[in-house]
Write a protein that binds this ligand. Structure first.
Ligand SMILES: [Zn+2]
Length: 478
């Protein structure tokens, strides 16, 4: 797409996994029977008073700290007024002027470089209920209000994203951070992360064009497709000399198109006003400092460190960092200093990934330890076992914690180290393969490979093929 730059901003909603809802003590749980986790507060019955859940504030502050935000020590809630059948109160309690977190940024590795997307704000708010449209042809819709009052954070980025691929990388980064902080289930299929996508085009050097917003795009790949579609649609309009209208559009991922929901929507339409039942609330600097201590080194920072310091690829780094337990294991291996980061990475990305995929286990469910990994690599580098034997040892180490030396002994995998033994095998193979010996003497060099192969077969792969070849050569020269 020439002539125009695509400008993308994302508003990402994440459901927080607190035990209870944001303003009442109802269970915050996915999958309960419809309309069972409800009470007068989350049903919006007259006279019911909301009480702010402290855990929601603290979860949001941790996310703010992870995204390098300034935390507003005094923050306030507002009512956002609109009608929809899934919102019994006809308003949503949210934040406007004084959100909890502002002015942050997130760095992540994308397409061979570190990208930075600025974070405008993170605020807390309540979710609405869910409409369930009948699938049996009845002309009715059902409503489940269990989700009313489920705590959400909304993470609003600045329009710093330039492509669909970068948008997806940004979202994956947010997901990895939510997982590391353990504040969200991150199950897209259950709607625990949802996204509003703002797209505009601008000519080089011109101010931002008119943006269109696509609501509730609910998978990362759909976000990518919605952006591609919207950028192409706006590009066509501009090429025809038409103008892009500010619109809210709905993305239909099955048909691969978006269509207009409403045009021009302004903040005034929602008649925001301060929530009268909950006064502005304060969080102390001491508590913010304590919460900062609970933020670990995050996946996005690990990826940058792995690529730049350890020299492994972006893809390998992203895979390892995605799983906090695996990343910890990798870091512990490297800091043991017994082998190179690359040699650990080869086993993780090869045999470990194969095992995890075939067993549908997570790394945490394996028995692999740092010392087991190191002892196995030692056995290979000292020539005690071959690489193919090491793969069998590794399989055992994934299943149970056994000393590597015991596994080697039990499986009979130790390479034959005695020269006399190797010579005896060599002599035996030569005497049994006279034709190959003659072929070799007539100049057919590949007969040598065949003879070495026969030796490997005779030892069940326990001979060192390089030493075996030398021995065969010296026997043939006699
Ligand atoms: Zn409730």
């Amino acid at each position: 797409m020439t002539g125009y730059k695509t400008v993308i901003g994302l508003e990402t909603h994440a459901e927080l996994n607190t035990k209870t809802k944001i303003f009442c003590s109802c269970k915050n749980e996915f999958g309960s029977l419809p309309n069972t986790n409800v009470c007068p507060v989350c049903l919006g019955l007259p006279g019911a008073l909301p009480v702010l859940n402290k855990a929601v504030v603290e979860y949001a502050v941790r996310m703010g700290l992870a995204l390098n935000c300034t935390i507003n020590r005094v923050s306030s809630l507002v009512r956002k007024n609109y009608f929809y059948p899934d919102l019994p109160k006809a308003y949503q309690i949210s934040q406007s002027e004084l959100p909890l977190c502002v002015n942050g940024y997130v760095d992540f590795w994308y397409d061979g470089e570190v990208r930075r997307v600025r974070i405008n704000r993170i605020h807390i708010e309540e979710d609405a209920g869910k409409l369930i449209h009948s699938e049996t042809g009845e002309d009715v819709s059902y409503i489940d209000l269990n989700r009313c009052g489920v705590p959400l954070i909304e993470i609003v980025s600045e329009p710093d994203i330039c492509s669909s691929g970068e948008a997806v990388a940004y979202l994956k980064t947010l997901r990895s951070i939510l997982k590391y902080l353990d504040i969200c289930d991150c199950k897209m299929q259950e709607g625990s992360i949802r996204c509003d996508v703002n797209v505009s085009l601008c000519a080089q050097g011109e101010p931002l064009g008119t943006r269109c917003e696509m609501k509730n795009v609910n998978s990362f790949s759909a976000v990518g497709r919605a952006i591609e579609y919207e950028a192409a649609r706006q590009h066509q309009l501009l090429d025809k000399g038409e103008i892009v209208q500010q619109q809210t559009r709905r993305w239909d991922d099955i048909r691969g198109v978006s269509f207009v929901m409403r045009t021009k929507e302004n903040a005034e339409d929602y008649r925001y006003f301060p929530e009268p039942d909950i006064p502005p609330f304060e969080i102390s600097q001491a508590r913010i400092d304590e919460l900062a201590q609970t933020v670990p080194e995050l996946a996005n920072k690990k990826v940058i460190r792995y690529v730049t310091v350890f020299g492994i690829s972006e893809k390998e780094a992203a895979y390892i960092a995605e799983d906090m337990k695996l990343a910890q294991f990798f870091d512990d291996c490297v800091s043991s200093g017994r082998h190179t980061p690359k040699s650990y990475c080869v086993w993780i990305m090869g045999e470990l990934v194969k095992y995890l995929n075939s067993t549908a286990k997570s790394f945490e469910q394996t028995a692999l330890t740092v010392s087991g990994m190191n002892d196995m690599l030692d056995a290979v580098s000292k020539g005690v076992i071959s690489v193919s034997a090491a793969k069998r040892v590794f399989e055992v180490l994934l299943e149970k914690q056994t000393p590597v030396s015991t596994v080697i002994k039990e499986l009979g995998l130790a390479q034959i180290s005695s020269s006399e033994e190797l010579e005896r095998i060599g002599k035996q193979v030569i005497s049994q393969n006279e034709k190959s010996v003659q072929d070799y003497r007539r100049g057919k060099t590949n007969a040598l490979g065949y003879l070495v192969g026969q030796c490997m077969k005779a030892t069940n792969g326990k001979a060192d093929p390089v030493r075996m070849k030398d021995i065969i050569l010296s026997l043939l020269a006699q």
